[in-house]
Design a binder for this molecule. Structure first.
Ligand code: ZN
Length: 306
């Protein structure tokens, strides 16, 4: 057995901080997570302390003679790989937070490699999930927001600072509503969980959760179905554009809303069929396979790539 064949993976999100030891074959050991300390005057200090404690706990539980062969940190964006810093939208106290320094200080050992969490999810799916064998993959995370990440020839595409693939803020409806990012009619304004829910409620649906909306659509309720169709239309335009730009062969859909399965994927494939060109016809759209651990697995994979 190779003594160094394990990696420390960290996944930083607005609701949870997760860490695990991951083997060279992708087995997740000593997985642990804690809620991200909530926003407030003390969040910066509390979140920093929670992150360091989590990393120390997971590395000491691993009980291995040698340290990890590599360290990967996946984080909600925006991130800045050159600086080693993160400014996650959902962790307001962390602006230009030196996450690479914080984790390196906690464990010593190899320099941590930083990756956007959506890119990590795509890389994880490419390695061990629904993206295996793809040579040009776009992973999309459909959740309270919409993120995305690219993997080309098995390597993650970072972009200048690490935020490439952010498909949620491509324009889908130029006459649509203002997005939180400041632009008009982004994909996220129609296809995120909260956006579909808001549209359904404005059109008379009485429920109040995204899983409830997915159930109603599965039961054939007209407004719920229309909300998913509208979300699928928003996504399809951006996917088609990305496919033509990047010559994609596969799209993997992950995130909480993807739990709706065919309720989302069926209308999405139908909407894509309206973009009837050769590049889009070659594209395959599938649901993610790794669940919530895709970010950790992708972070570990990032740490082990040559
Ligand atoms: Zn936007």
């Amino acid at each position: 057995m190779a003594p160094l064949d394990h990696y420390l993976a960290v996944d930083i999100g607005g609701t949870k901080l997760a860490a695990a030891v991951v083997t060279g074959t992708g087995q997740v050991l000593h997985h642990h997570e804690v809620p991200t300390p909530s926003a407030g005057p003390d969040q910066e200090r509390l979140a920093g302390r929670a992150l360091v404690a989590l990393v120390e706990q997971v590395t000491s539980a691993a009980d291995v003679a040698e340290g990890p062969a590599g360290v990967g940190i996946a984080s909600a964006g925006p991130i800045d790989i050159a600086q080693g810093t993160i400014s996650p939208v959902n962790i307001p106290a962390w602006r230009d937070f030196d996450v690479v320094g914080a984790v390196a200080g906690a464990i010593g050992g190899p320099q941590p490699r930083l990756i956007h969490d959506s890119t990590a999810a795509a890389l994880g799916e490419h390695w061990l999930g629904a993206g295996q064998g793809s040579s040009a993959l776009l992973g999309i995370v459909v959740s309270t927001g919409i993120g995305g990440g690219l993997v080309m020839d098995g390597r993650p595409i970072a972009g200048a600072a690490g935020n490439a693939g952010f498909i949620g803020h491509i324009t889908a409806d130029p006459a649509g509503e203002r997005c939180a990012c400041g632009r008009i009619g982004c994909v996220e304004t129609g296809a995120s969980g909260p956006a579909m829910l808001r549209w359904a409620r404005a059109n008379g649906w009485a429920g109040d959760t995204t899983p409830g909306l997915a159930e109603a659509a599965a039961d054939g309720e007209a407004v719920a179905l229309a909300a998913f169709r509208r979300g699928a239309d928003f996504l399809a335009g951006a996917i088609a554009t990305s496919t033509i730009l990047l010559d994609l062969d596969r799209v993997v859909i992950a995130g909480g809303v993807s739990a709706a399965g065919e309720v989302l994927l069926g209308p999405l494939r139908e909407a894509l069929a309206q973009h009837d060109c050769a590049a889009v016809r070659r594209l395959t759209v599938v649901r993610a396979a790794l669940g919530r651990r895709s970010g950790l697995i992708g972070a570990a994979r990032h740490a082990m790539l040559p």
